[in-house]
Structures are given as C-alpha cells and as structure tokens.
Design a protein around this ligand. Structure first.
Ligand SMILES: Nc1ncnc2c1ncn2[C@@H]1O[C@H](COP(=O)(O)OP(=O)(O)OP(=O)(O)O)[C@@H](O)[C@H]1O
Ligand SMILES: [Mg+2]
Length: 243
C-alpha cells in the first residue's frame, strides 16, 4: 500500500518551546489513521503543520509527490488535503448551504459542485433539513456533520480531522464515526486526531500514540486496542473497547 502522506524528523516550536521531537508518521492511501495522545501532546499542532498553518523547524512533509514545505495553505488544500479543524470553525453567520459551498472554493466545475452538494445531502440527511439555517444555530453534532460535508466538497484525497467526536452526545458520536467510515469506504483517506482511544481504535486501521511530542507506540489499530502498553501509557485503566 502506498503512503499518501509522510512526515519525517519533524521538530516544531512555538517560539522557544519545542512541541514535536523528531516526529515521523505515514498515512497510507485508503486507510483511517489515528493519532492518539493526551492533552498538550502535540496532536493539533500536527494538523497545523500538515496544513501549512505552522512550519516545522526541521523535517519534511510529503503528500504524494508534493513537498508541503514549498506550498501555501491554499495550495495544500488544492493538492487534495481537506480539513475538519478543532471546534469545527464554521462560518456561523452564514447558512449551512453557504458553508458547504465554501468547501468548494478551489473548484470551478459548477455542475459538478451542484452534484456533490446533492451527494452530501444524501450522505448527511440531517444537514439537508437545516440547509437554510445559520450554521451558528446548529447543535454540536450537526455542526460536525456540516464541517465534514464542507471538507468533502473540496473533493480531497485526504481529510484531516481534529477530535471529530469531542463534545458530542453518544448518539452523535456513533453517527459521526459511522460517517467517517462511510466517507473512507468511498475512497477518501482519513487522518484523525483523537483523545478517546477506544472510539478511535474501533474504526481506525492504523494508529500512532503521541506523548510529549514523540511517537511512543504505533501499530495496527486492532493490535493496539489489545496492547496493555496503550492502556498503561494512555487509556489509564479504562475497560477494553468492544470488538
Ligand atoms: N499558538 C500557540 N502558542 C504557543 N504554544 C502553543 C500554541 N498552540 C499550542 N501550544 C502549546 O503546544 C503544546 C501542544 O499543543 P497542541 O494543541 O498541539 O496539543 P493537543 O495534543 O492538541 O492537546 P489537546 O488534547 O488539549 O487538544 C501545548 O503545550 C500547547 O500549550
Ligand atoms: Mg488539540
């Protein structure tokens, strides 16, 4: 299987404070890859460096043949990376429909955009019901769905998601996880950051565990879900996830 995204030897800093120490990771084409880690371990910062919102001081990031260090954020998005950032970041004063169309900003194929919008509304029927509402009036789970649909409107090869289930009620958590799997089955590669290891490992193919800016463990998700080190280092004695 080919690697779509490859990070090597990444050192990232905020001013004098170092966040990543020689970070290395691969996201293989067609997979759901998860980055697990506790608070302040550097997960969201990993999203930022992939999207070019923050530049690492050392190391390389390649997406297919693109050296992302040489590209601006809009160029990175055009190359095929979509993002669902932390706390969703919808344009809250705009309607849901307008938000979805913003996701296609880099495209000019109007007929195809209209077709994709219809596809999104089939995939997310709940979003259709709220199409003319202001995005800021939606519930957290509905906003998460709009954010996912908006990212998909850019026809990305890879979607990066920062804690897609955070703050959602159990019902919405299940729905969002199902949708991530559905999107992946359509051929979109997923890189997701999660604090909730048991949820993430239930749908991921492969996972990395980040601790204080270093990858301390990686492997097939099904193996990691059973790995006692995951629970010691990370799950903190939670019960094992259901298969
Ligand atoms: N803009 C910033 N300026 C300075 N330090 C920052 C900035 N953003 C994050 N940090 C620091 O970098 C470290 C990593 O932050 P990051 O947001 O990547 O962690 P995280 O793993 O996403 O945590 P969480 O689970 O809380 O979302 C933290 O110590 C954080 O305080
Ligand atoms: Mg974070």
């Amino acid at each position: 299987m080919t690697a779509l995204l490859v990070l090597k030897g990444i050192d990232t800093f905020y001013g004098p404070v170092q966040v990543h120490f020689g970070l290395g990771m691969e996201v293989r084409q067609g997979q759901i890859v998860c980055l697990l880690g506790g608070n302040a371990s550097g997960k969201s910062t990993t999203m930022k460096i992939i999207l070019g919102l923050l530049r690492p001081r050392a190391g390389s990031i390649f997406f297919e043949a693109h050296d992302l260090a040489a590209l601006s954020t809009p160029q990175i998005i055009r190359a095929g990376i979509g993002s669902v950032p932390e706390a969703r970041r919808l344009f809250s004063a705009m309607t849901v429909r307008e938000n979805l169309l913003m996701g296609a900003f880099a495209r000019s194929d109007r007929a195809e955009i209209a077709r994709d919008l219809e596809r999104m509304l089939e995939l997310f029927p709940r979003v259709r019901q709220r199409l003319t509402s202001r995005a800021g009036t939606l519930s957290g789970g509905e906003q998460q769905m709009v954010a996912m649909a908006r990212a998909l409107m850019g026809r990305p090869k890879l979607i990066c998601m920062d804690e897609p289930t955070m703050g959602l009620s159990p019902l919405f958590v299940d729905r969002v996880l199902e949708l991530i799997q559905a999107v992946n089955k359509e051929g979109v590669t997923i890189f997701m950051v999660e604090q909730n290891a048991s949820l993430a490992l239930a749908i991921a193919h492969y996972a990395y565990v980040l601790q204080a800016g270093r990858i301390i463990l990686q492997g097939e998700a099904k193996d990691l879900a059973r790995d006692p080190r995951i629970r010691a280092a990370y799950l903190g004695g939670e019960t094992e996830p259901a298969a």
